[in-house]
Design a protein around this ligand. Sequence first.
Ligand code: ZN
Ligand code: ZN
Length: 347
Amino acid sequence: MKAVRFTAWKTFPTIEDVPRPTPGPGEVLLKIAGAGACHSDVAVFEQFDETMGEQLAPSYTLGHENSGWIEELGDGVTGLAVGDAFLSYGPIGCGHCPACSRGQDTYCYNAATQPYLATGLGRDGGMAEYMTVPARNLVPLGDADPVVAAPLSDAGLTPYHAIKLALPRLQGGGKSALVIGLGGLGQIAVQILTAITGATVYATDTKPEAMAEAEKAGAKTIEGGEGQADRIREATGGQGVDAVFDFVGITPTITLAQQVVARRGRITVVGVAGGPVEWNFYANPYEAELTNTYWGTIEELYEVVELYRAGRITPQVKTYSMDEALQAYHDLHDGKLSGRAVVTPHA
Ligand code: ZN
Ligand code: ZN
């Protein structure tokens, strides 16, 4: 079968012919419906090197946000039917520590001794015709379209987790949220905030077409440039924003978040750019929290799927055939995408 392979550090992936995998005990073989291309993949093959450690070391098949139909059941797997559609939760921890027990494999206590981080991140992922995955990681899609659903397992789950943890700041009337960065995750964040909170949702990005997309989803957009922080504060009646979500994570975006957050508000940095900022007693309004989140839990992925099946959130996707899969990464890298690039090996 064909697969998009990450073969060496700082090397663009290639499409290779590899054997179709066999599901191990407790696993299933998934016939891939959709595999989303994520900016983290670009970081993996473009920026990372040996210092990242063995868990992410090449070679393996990329793709950590995947959906598909069960093709084959491994030993010991019961209660699942061949042909049914599922979303795949990407992270794979030890499965039995306190974090994994609550479905949060991202924070596995034994992560340091695991052989990989996730499907598509150290273990063969979904940019292929087939992928194996532990049955525990499957979230049923029912009759919902699995291709459009694929990005939900990262581009949906990651903002959902960040927003859920900020919900105490958004409860009640007159609350506000701000989404900084309207790529794949930021756009779905606007949809989630609109669907599950009553807050006024503000959003900003450097691309006008991304701002237009967010407006369609119910956001009030605020342009960048000089005076942006003042304009955001003004929009909130001078009080500031109750919950800020930064999907970029560079110094200017985190600084903007610090300038506009309300007293007792919360800034969640989700973007992994790693920009440093200053913090001291006077840097942020009183009791404003500055924190980060990473991906989400299996239980939350069930909740994301419920929102999707109810029509409350819908990822914007652009599909690519298996032969066009490398083009998806080129387009992502060149900033040519407004929606999520999804590779559909069997379309
Ligand atoms: Zn990702
Ligand atoms: Zn664990």
